[in-house]
Design a protein around this ligand. Structure first.
Ligand SMILES: [Zn+2]
Length: 86
């Protein structure tokens, strides 16, 4: 079973049809049980479609902020941060 974090990592592969059949089944199984990932996938799809139309535009700030807000509670590994001493 995929975790929600794995779902976010592979959802572009899914949307672009690059996912192997077995993974696709796991993905859809998770989607069927997880409302958060269904919402995430829908946002992602909209974003990709929007970006597809606006080729050389960066991701709109409001879209990025909306995604960040929605998923801010998710635990994601973060790179170490240099804390200035003193
Ligand atoms: Zn999920």
């Amino acid at each position: 079973m995929l975790t929600c974090q794995q779902m976010t990592e592979v959802c572009t592969e899914y949307l672009e049809g690059r996912m192997p059949f077995g993974e696709r089944l796991s993905f859809q199984l998770h989607l069927g049980m997880c409302r958060h990932c269904r919402l995430y996938l829908r946002q992602m799809k909209t974003t990709i479609e929007t970006l597809g139309r606006l080729d050389d535009q960066p991701m709109p700030t409001e879209v990025r902020e909306a995604l960040r807000t929605r998923f801010r509670d998710w635990k994601r590994p973060r790179p170490p941060v240099d804390v200035p001493s003193g």
